[in-house]
Write a protein that binds this ligand. Structure first.
Ligand SMILES: Nc1nc2c(ncn2[C@@H]2O[C@H](COP(=O)(O)OP(=O)(O)O)[C@@H](O)[C@H]2O)c(=O)[nH]1
Ligand SMILES: [Mg+2]
Length: 236
């Protein structure tokens, strides 16, 4: 990859035991991939995750808002890179796939690391979690009208111009629905969204923060977005 650009990596963390392993691998990937990079950890832990993360050259933001959505909003706002990559902190997103995402980001405004296209997969999830994810994606696509192959994936790259154009403060969802809502905004503004297959491995340590409340919030957000599209159709 012939890249002279600066890349920001935004990582939301909430009690992540493997944060050190992750940061080590992310740094190694970025060091020989791009000219310049910054790692932003947006933390809301009650264990020593931020302390362990501070051993690396990462900027640590103590999240003041709530939820995964709030963390992403704060991280995206604080980022300065030409491209901004977001990823989870539990090693479900493999840092070795960062180069493929960055390469695709030269062609697309937004790149999604997708588990739902040829070559992509989910390893280690049981029937229930798979179903929640499949239903979530169907809701996002058919109810909210967001035509993206894996719209709940948190492994993504945004072009700087996208971050500047999206009204982050208007995104109502503070939970997982944030991921769908930001894509809805991107689509409305005519930004191109590309997909790169990723292999997603269920976390080996720590706990998932997805709760029933987040699922309900996701459904209500999809309804809200559909109503918004009906009442105020996009002009692009
Ligand atoms: N800062 C912050 N990070 C969060 C919050 N909720 C989840 N995360 C992080 O977001 C990422 C995805 O969450 P995770 O629990 O792995 O979700 P799952 O993979 O869908 O089960 C992980 O890196 C979490 O540590 C939150 O409220 N605040
Ligand atoms: Mg996870």
């Amino acid at each position: 990859l012939s890249s002279k650009r600066a890349v920001s990596v935004v990582i939301p963390t909430r009690n992540e035991p493997l944060i050190e392993t992750l940061l080590e691998q992310v740094q190694a990937e970025l060091a020989h991939e791009v000219k310049d990079y910054e790692i932003i950890v947006v933390d809301k832990s009650d264990d020593n995750t931020p302390g362990r993360a501070s051993k690396f050259s990462a900027r640590i933001i103590n999240q003041t808002s709530t939820g995964l959505g709030g963390a992403l909003r704060e991280g995206l706002r604080a980022s300065r890179g030409d491209h901004v990559l977001t990823m989870d902190a539990d090693l479900s997103h493999d840092p070795s796939q960062i180069p493929a995402l960055l390469e695709a980001s030269e062609k697309f405004d937004v790149v999604i690391g997708s588990r739902r296209i040829a070559g992509g997969s989910i390893e280690g999830w049981g029937v229930w979690r798979r179903m929640v994810s499949t239903v979530g994606n169907a809701i996002g696509r058919f109810l909210a009208g967001v035509d993206v192959s894996d719209l709940t994936s948190g492994f993504r790259v945004y072009r700087r111009s996208v971050i500047e154009a999206i009204p982050l403060e208007e995104i109502g969802s503070s939970g997982y629905a944030f991921q769908m809502e930001i894509l809805w905004h991107c689509r409305r503004r005519g930004f191109s969204v590309g997909s790169v297959p990723i292999v997603f491995r269920d976390r080996a340590a720590g706990k998932s923060k997805l709760r029933t409340r987040d699922m309900l919030d996701f459904l209500l957000t999809a309804v809200r977005l559909r109503l918004h599209s009906l009442l105020k159709p996009a002009t692009v």
